[in-house]
Design a protein around this ligand. Structure first.
Ligand SMILES: Nc1ncnc2c1ncn2[C@@H]1O[C@H](COP(=O)(O)OP(=O)(O)O)[C@@H](O)[C@H]1O
Ligand SMILES: [Mg+2]
Length: 282
């Protein structure tokens, strides 16, 4: 039985087609990332999975269940962070989790174990306000684990963190996968995903442009270096290319990671944007 299955899932806000008929399946034990730039529809997709946003069209099936009652029952087994919850700054991490456990109506017995999983056991008695951003985010993930959900959904958990914080979150996601949790996570950086996830769906403007296991994706990913035009302009044009996984500046060069192995098509795109590069090489 699949953990998540969507078919033709669509959300329209007035003229904006935020999510355009997406279909994907997440199997038990997968760490599945929905990857794409800001505004591509990640949060809207997650909102529809969680029942916070009503789809315009399409179907969601969670843990084999669908329909209003089925989804309601299935969502009891889902833990999610849409954004960092409002923890109490003057209370400890431990006490904050006790409050969340009470709100969720689940016991306190697993709190110690969960703090261990997220690496906050040593700091459990310290006040939340003294935590680093990475620790705060880990406490938010701890809150999603209360009640031992089958599925954990994390919306851009590494957002706004420094490299250390990002690494902590990556390691935590990997360890959740190792513990047999199915994880659905969103992000906008490919290099975060390749070290963390097992499967990825690449979202651009509300549609899935590629869906694959990370292993498959890495086999076909190509890195291309651009030179010879103004770096800012090359960066902007490459960042709008639908098959660019990541775009970074390096001195006078811009490095583009492609989802396919077709640099010529990137070159045509750049020319179409009025950017003519003197050098484009894998
Ligand atoms: N409540 C809303 N009303 C109107 N447009 C929205 C609303 N929420 C999101 N959008 C639009 O839908 C698109 C997808 O947004 P979102 O799902 O938040 O993307 P992401 O999480 O990938 O950044 C964006 O163009 C955004 O402006
Ligand atoms: Mg978002």
């Amino acid at each position: 039985m699949s953990v998540i299955e969507t078919r033709g899932l669509t959300k329209r806000y007035g003229n904006v087609l935020a999510v355009d008929s997406i279909s994907f399946t997440v199997e038990p034990g997968q760490v599945f990332d929905v990857l794409g730039p800001n505004g591509c529809g990640k949060t809207t997709t997650i909102g529809m999975l969680l029942g916070i946003i009503t789809p315009t069209a399409g179907e969601v099936r969670l843990l084999g269940l669908t329909g209003r009652d089925g989804l309601h029952a299935a969502r009891q087994q889902v833990g999610a962070t849409l954004e960092t919850p409002n923890f109490y700054p003057y209370l400890s991490g431990w006490d904050n989790l006790r409050i969340v456990a009470n709100l969720k109506g689940v016991g306190h017995t697993t709190i110690g174990e969960i703090l261990e999983v997220v690496g906050l056991q040593d700091r459990r008695k310290d006040k939340f306000q003294g935590y680093s951003l990475g620790m705060k985010q880990r406490l938010a993930i701890a809150a999603t684990l209360l009640g031992d959900p089958k599925l954990v959904i994390l919306d851009e958990p590494a957002n706004g963190l420094d490299p250390d914080g990002m690494r902590e979150i990556r390691e935590l996601i990997v360890s959740l996968g190792e513990r047999g949790k199915t994880v659905f996570v969103s992000s906008h950086l490919l290099n975060e995903v390749e070290r963390t996830c097992t499967h990825v769906a690449i979202l651009r403007k509300g549609t899935i442009v590629r869906q694959a296991s990370v292993r498959e994706l890495l086999k076909t990913a190509t890195i291309v270096e651009l030179r010879g035009a103004e770096p800012e302009r090359m960066h902007a044009a490459a960042a709008s290319y639908p098959k660019a996984a990541s775009v970074t500046m390096r001195g006078e060069s811009v490095m583009v990671q492609l989802h396919d192995d077709d640099p010529a098509s990137l070159n045509r795109w750049l020319a179409g944007q009025g950017v003519f590069v003197a050098f484009l090489a894998p």
